[in-house]
Design a protein around this ligand. Sequence first.
Ligand SMILES: *Cc1c(COP(=O)(O)O)cnc(C)c1O
Length: 362
Amino acid sequence: MKIPYLDLSVKDPLKAELLRAVDTVLTHGRVLLGPEVAELERRVAEFCGVRYAVGVSCGTSALYLALRALGVGPGDEVVTTALSWIATTNAIAMCGATPVFVDVREDQNLDPARLEAAVTDRTRAIVPVHFTGRLCDMDAILAVAEARGVPVVEDAAQAFGASRGGRRAGSFGRLAAFSLNPMKILRAYGEAGIVLTNDERERDLLVALRYNGAVNREDCRHVSLNFRIDTMQAAMLLVNLERIPAIIARRREIAAYYTRRLADVVECPGSEGDEHIYFTYVIQTDRRDALMARLAADGIETKIQHPLLMPNHTAYRGLPRPRIPVAERVGGRILSLPNHEDLTQEQTDYVASRVRAFFGAD
Ligand SMILES: *Cc1c(COP(=O)(O)O)cnc(C)c1O
């Protein structure tokens, strides 16, 4: 059996529905910031429980623009986690600010206990990442942020639909950024992202920053580039937004099944009820590399997300070395198993059985 980590091909009936959505856009012809963009912004804001959403070109630009909306620039520091896709750090650095890395907890999310010490007089924002689709400890993070008067921008790229106490990812921070690329929970079929805010002034600023900093598409008041979202992607995103409850339910079902089968041989992600939407299902084991090789030989594609901690990327080697012992240890033990919602029971059974076989269990 061959099990790819992810299969982005689309089958009917979804394919037919997506093509109908694209057909509508081609027919009305408003392909740049058309009515589907405004509709997507309304619906995503409502879903996440915030006032405004601004559709943009990708998750990286969503993060960058959220930081720009806060006025982050040269001379500022922005505190973030050591463990994320490098887009988080790039968004900070492209503003001209200096990224400051904080260690994670065992759950791979920013450790609030180490946050306080990383905040200085120059800290202009804190960017926690809901890594793997599991919410950070936002109460603790917001407590530090509020005490120090520093705004929080959630990198919620991996956590669309995750919630705690009835509050969804993206509604905790001053602003939040989502990636809507084809690998994410709410997905387009190309690049897309969205920024959330409750503040009308920030929303207007984001709308200007998304298109060359121009107000009313005339006067450029802020130096920026073009970060618009495509109407066709927005139209297809509206189709997939309807499927979110089913996608999340199936991912939780797969996660519960893996945990049931594997908890005695590897470390499984904790079961946090509705807080985790399992963007990735990440196990931890000291024998990670050997397990990965054996699963590959068995036809099962797995991933290390990510092989490099953010401070260890070549472009950021010049920064002061942070003390991140937990991220370093966890980074050597993590492995993402295939957990796409379209996997069949037969496929998840094969994955679980091969992992067990590697450990000589059963
Ligand atoms: C995917 C992702 C991004 C970047 O999103 P793109 O749409 O690929 O630009 C940023 N942060 C995290 C945590 C992500 O997973």
